[in-house]
Design a protein around this ligand. Structure first.
Ligand code: COA
Length: 169
């Protein structure tokens, strides 16, 4: 019998190639048919291993969900970027490879990010999600997020609606 360790931990520079791969796979499946193809390609291509390595070395907060030696998913987070919203923290991204979705790992990554933000004094937080990304909208609702704002984002010629969910503790 073998035992597989499942844990969340901060990303290290050596994780950059595996992180780039997890980003590529998860974004491709989440956004195919939603974000126009050429725009999606651009978003994925610009996030190669060197982009991730630089982000990690600069101290961006990135947590990984490790399934044994494999990067199953990641979340990155920090200060809220939308100054018009009265929330201190923000989860910028939270993505799992398709084969690791629906197993409770999203909740685990989200909880780790929220705890880490709270420990640095960012006790309330927001997440933006595209309205048409229905599984993600359902996920954030299941985690107790409250809708607090709506906006739009342009991807090439397509404009998509997005929703901000908030948590106060
Ligand atoms: C969205 C995502 C992060 C959720 O992670 P996950 O591991 O699949 O979700 P979990 O198994 O931890 O589920 C946590 C809760 O959300 C609910 N949930 C998750 N996906 C759901 C879905 N598609 N429909 C309805 N509820 C859902 C679960 O039922 C669970 O609720 P419960 O604890 O009350 O039973 C993951 O599916 C993913 O990476 N998707 C693609 C990328 C993406 O869209 N990221 C978000 C961009 S903002």
């Amino acid at each position: 019998m073998s035992t597989i360790l499942i844990e969340t931990r901060p990303a290290r520079p050596a994780d950059a190639p595996a992180l780039a791969e997890a980003h590529d796979e998860s974004w491709r499946t989440a956004y195919q048919g939603l974000i126009p193809g050429p725009e999606l390609e651009k978003l994925i291509t610009r996030r190669g291993a060197s982009w991730w390595e630089t982000a990690i070395r600069r101290g961006s907060r990135i947590s990984l969900l490790m399934f044994g030696d494999e990067v199953a998913g990641y979340t990155n987070y920090g200060k809220n970027r939308a100054k018009s919203l009265p929330y201190a923290g923000e989860v910028y991204e939270l993505y799992l490879k398709p084969e690791y979705q629906g197993l409770g790992f999203g909740r685990r990554l989200f909880t780790a990010a929220k705890r880490d933000l709270a420990q640095s004094g960012l006790t309330n937080m927001v997440v933006w999600v595209l309205s048409d990304n229905e599984p993600a909208v359902a996920f954030y609702r299941a985690l107790g997020g409250r809708t607090i704002a709506r906006s739009t984002e342009r991807f090439g010629t397509k404009v998509l609606d997005k929703i901000a969910f908030a948590w106060t503790r």
